[in-house]
Design a protein around this ligand. Sequence first.
Ligand code: ATP
Ligand code: MG
Length: 392
Amino acid sequence: MKPSHILCHYAEIGLKGQNRIFFENKLKSNLKTCLKNNCPESIDSIKHLRGRLIISLTEKGRDSLSTIIESLKNVFGLAYFAPAVKSDPDLDILTKKAVALLSELDFETFRITTRKTYSNAEFSSQKANEVIGAAVVEQLNKRVNLNYPEANCHVDLIQSRAFLYTQKIPGPGGLPVSSSGKVVVMLSGGIDSPVAAYYIMKRGARCVFVHFHALPHVSPASIEKVRSMVTALNKYQFRSKLILVPFAPIQNEILVQADPRYRVVLYRRFMLRISAEIAQREGAKAIITGESLGQVASQTLENIGVVGRVTTLPILRPLIGSDKQEIIARAREIGTYDISILPHQDCCTLYVPRHPITKARLQDVEFCEENLAIPDLVEQAVNNIEVEFFGP
Ligand code: ATP
Ligand code: MG
């Protein structure tokens, strides 16, 4: 029997009290966009029903179930989902459908798990379990095992409807993308920042990606790589904006004007100033980086502190306490690792001395910046950005 519906259970959204409708609506619109992207014309409707969202599949959707399942695994906010068969809440019909569903599976022991939610069915859950269970024993010659069943046939009775399913598929958890607001993610071509983006999307943020490039000092392939990265991350937020910022003019100035040991700190301060300016224009409320404490010379507490002084916007660092190995494992899981390890030149790795400063002091950094026309350089960079869109 082909499932005609998908029951979607939310993760934390259920706990949000008065905001619940807001979160549910975000999740609903994300589900729509996700399926429009990955499997067009697959859904008839998505309805709220007593703490769940119920997707009704078109004929095409019913025939593309595996694609739909794979796509839904990336929709934040889903605790689990279940491809289900719809039925009238009539015990005879439910029994026939349960037997038909279970006859497609390979198992010896089973249970029936009926749950009533504001149901107008006249029989109790217990009665349904007994009647359906007895039919399965008799017609399929299987045994009941309530504690460790090999197959579990769920019967959800919700208001005037009933749904049967045998498979509960875990979702990614988290909160629906866009429910927490917008952020700017500083996206390099490396391993860390895409993982940081993933974590912040999982907490409901919508990411605007900002990448600084050093064309013509680096090859155009480094930008192509960032585009592939945004495409990979877009499967979690469905529509993305990538802002490409020309950084070579600023680097040229720093090369000429400043003590080489301070280059990376100065690059970072400029990146952050420009990101903050972009955030303001985009209405984004925080800046996200892939920094992890102590991972490299620029990520000491001192340098993180001095770099952060250029903006009052919150800078969030989802990976600050993660080890490289943990980050790599997550990057593999979310599909960004293979892109990250493609060879590329990051603008920050250009012209970096062997012994960069690891404990920069604010007054020394400000001294290095004295000869730089900071507002002009920032304005020039922001005026020369290029914007690209991903998704439908
Ligand atoms: P990643 O793996 O994300 O490149 P990293 O370990 O290489 O991080 P750094 O090179 O010190 O660390 O960069 C720290 C953070 O600064 C990055 O995680 C990213 O958020 C930001 N960043 C670095 N280079 C760029 C760039 N070219 N464009 C945008 N953001 C950048
Ligand atoms: Mg890097």
